[in-house]
Design a protein around this ligand. Structure first.
Ligand SMILES: NC(=O)c1ccc[n+]([C@@H]2O[C@H](COP(=O)([O-])OP(=O)(O)OC[C@H]3O[C@@H](n4cnc5c(N)ncnc54)[C@H](OP(=O)(O)O)[C@@H]3O)[C@@H](O)[C@H]2O)c1
Length: 335
């Protein structure tokens, strides 16, 4: 591996542009190439972000020997196919959330990573934000006693067109995979275990995907996560960690947090604030490069087994909704 980590960016959509901006400020990173389904689109992206090579197919990027790691920024339904192709080409992969469409796909992606002996991580931004480490220290030092509940909401009101990925079931759209993954992953990070029981409601809207949903997760010692997620509902994006002695409030947008308050006996006893750099994407990019330099094949902050468990939880939540994505065909959801 060269001194700098050489990145490839697979796809030229919204988040790929933001990720390219984030990489530009990291001295240990170099963007070697970008790939789009269309060469002209790739060229425009390359010009805008100062990238040397532009490819008109994803496979050309997977075959490029001058790329160490590929960032996958495609819609959810392509994550498995795109990631596997890059890993088969010997590349490490940072794949956008949700890792896949369902747990069976996640199992397959992880299996290939192990077979090819390459690094793989789900790009769950929250895990790497500095403020989260401070919140975890509050929890570890028992500032709020025993953690009993988590309440988190990730909602937005947006207008969408059927061809866009957000609400298109053919592209793995819908609130559960797009934003529900943040609240489920958050609960998993705080409780550090899998729930015993999972239950969720979802509303399937006019585009045939879930516009909003709510889930309750119950853990072995009676801990509960109370979670909501939506793409067409104007609501808060806060999280609370509730303990026997107090609680922690994480302000909007909790998934990329900049402010948290420690409340004991209804009194605010401490506030921590830390501004986010480049939308927070720099932190996960840094973590990928740290792991790769240290020869790790996964990150301790977003382990593959946990990403898989999160996909299993999402399968269980939507099992009663009669919501299937095109890739679900011939796959049995975990009930
Ligand atoms: N971490 C975060 O904060 C964050 C924020 C937003 C989204 N995301 C995640 O990032 C991923 C992409 O989201 P996005 O909002 O960037 O999506 P987007 O703007 O729609 O971009 C997706 C890109 O995927 C490629 N693509 C390949 N096949 C496609 C198809 N059949 N239809 C549409 N696009 C196709 C296209 O690139 P080419 O035309 O170049 O091939 C397209 O520009 C999702 O997994 C999403 O959950 C993460």
């Amino acid at each position: 591996m060269s001194e700098k980590i050489r990145w490839g960016i697979l796809s030229t959509g919204h988040i790929s542009g933001k990720f390219a901006d984030a990489l530009r400020i990291l001295p240990e990173a170099e963007i070697s190439a970008v790939a789009s389904r269309n060469l002209e689109t790739a060229r425009k992206f390359a010009e805008k972000h100062g990238i040397r090579k532009a490819y008109g197919s994803y496979s050309a990027l997977a075959d490029d020997p001058e790329v160490d790691v590929v960032y996958i920024g495609t819609p959810h339904s392509f994550h498995l196919e795109n990631s596997v192709m890059c890993m088969r080409g010997g590349k490490s992969v940072l794949c956008e959330k949700a890792l896949t469409i369902n747990a069976r796909e996640a199992e397959e992606m992880i299996r290939v990573a192990k077979e090819e002996n390459v690094f793989l991580m789900e790009a769950m931004i929250t895990r790497h934000v500095p403020l989260i480490k401070k919140i975890q220290n509050w929890i570890k030092s028992k500032k709020i006693g025993e953690v009993r509940m988590v309440k988190a909401s990730r909602c937005a009101r947006s207008e969408f067109e059927p061809f866009q990925r957000h609400l298109n079931p053919e592209l793995g759209g819908g609130s559960l995979l797009d934003v529900g993954v943040y609240v489920i992953s958050f609960a998993s990070m705080i409780f550090e275990k899998n729930p015993e029981s999972v239950f969720g409601f979802g509303h399937i809207g006019e585009f045939g995907s879930d516009e909003q949903g709510a889930a309750l997760l119950k853990y072995d010692k009676g801990e509960i996560a109370d979670l909501s997620f939506a793409l067409r509902t104007n609501a808060v994006n806060e999280a609370y960690i509730l303990g026997t002695d107090g609680y922690i409030k994480i302000d909007e947008v909790f998934a990329v947090p900049e402010k948290a308050t420690l409340v004991i006996n209804n009194k605010e006893v401490e506030i921590i604030e830390e501004p986010i750099i480049e939308g927070g994407l720099v932190y996960e990019a840094r973590e990928v490069m740290r792991c790769m330099k240290e020869g790790l094949k996964e990150s301790p902050y977003m382990p593959l087994e946990e990403s898989l468990q999160i996909m299993r939880i999402m399968d269980k939540i939507r099992a009663p909704w009669e919501l299937t994505y095109s890739n679900d065909t011939n796959l049995h959801l975990h009930n």
